[in-house]
Design a protein around this ligand. Structure first.
Ligand code: HPA
Length: 249
């Protein structure tokens, strides 16, 4: 049984090269996850894989059942989650095809089921550092070992989508201190923390955010960069070291 769970983002709804031993459709108290969990190995590494948007990209960011996805992974024995996510770059270092392992997040999403705590069971979890420090470190080491250009740290601005942002919205995010922008970072990270899962994000920058380059953002550009970024994300998994049993998040 693997403790490693990988949530695949846009462009990574199938995991080519993964040797799948079995699939499982999990029922959860929150309803259905995005799809069946895939159990297997990738380059010798045991893992459980779940495409965030579902097979065939059925669920846009605001309709993803984040609680069910994370609950299913936890129920399957996952203790640490690497979240792959395609994002836009805002600040200078965050150019397309660069990878970022963010260390902070600002939540601009609304109307999503964002907590597992219901009436009569309120807990206020600490979220000062929204990503697991040790898992982030391992992801960074793996990226460097794979020779990938990776930025250590940055603030992920999580927007509602599914549309991309206006130039003014990106300017505001930048004033707020955001380095990258994506649509799925929250509530995923918060719910993972509530469930006691170690969670880190491998953000694949696939375009300059609105207004950071002349002209509109095109799906062709995103698709082109996504190919390189996905190859890099898979390299990270190949180079990921085993967890150190003495470390906690
Ligand atoms: N904005 C929000 N989400 C994204 C972007 C973007 O520019 N690119 C990829 N995901």
């Amino acid at each position: 049984m693997s403790g490693l769970g990988v949530i695949g983002g846009s462009g990574l709804d199938q995991f080519e090269g993964m040797h799948i031993t079995h699939r499982e459709v999990m029922a959860t108290p929150y309803g259905e996850p995005s799809g069946p969990l895939l159990f297997g190995r990738y380059d010798g590494q045991d893992m459980v894989f779940l495409p965030r948007h579902g097979p065939g990209h059925a669920f846009p960011p605001h309709l993803i059942n984040y609680r069910a996805n994370l609950w299913a992974l936890k129920e399957a024995g996952v203790t640490e989650v690497i979240a792959m996510a395609a994002v836009g770059g805002i600040t200078a270092r965050m150019a397309p095809e660069v990878m970022c392992v963010p260390d902070q997040i600002i939540d601009y999403t609304w109307g999503r089921e964002h907590t597992i705590f219901e009436r009569d069971q309120v807990e206020h979890i600490d979220f000062s550092l929204p990503y697991c420090v040790t898992l982030r470190h391992r992801v960074l080491l793996a990226a460097r070992a794979a020779g990938i250009e990776v930025v250590d740290g940055g603030t992920y601005g999580a927007t509602q989508g599914p549309r991309l942002e206006t130039i003014a919205e990106i300017a505001r995010l930048e004033r707020d201190g955001c380095d990258i922008v994506g649509m799925t970072g929250m509530p995923e990270a918060g719910i993972a923390r509530e469930m006691g899962l170690s969670y880190a994000c491998c953000a694949m920058i696939v375009n300059w955010a609105a207004g950071k380059e002349d002209g509109p953002i095109t799906m062709e550009e995103i698709g082109r960069n996504l190919k390189t970024s996905i190859a890099q994300a898979k390299q990270v998994l190949r180079h990921l070291s085993a967890p150190d049993p003495s470390e906690t998040s």
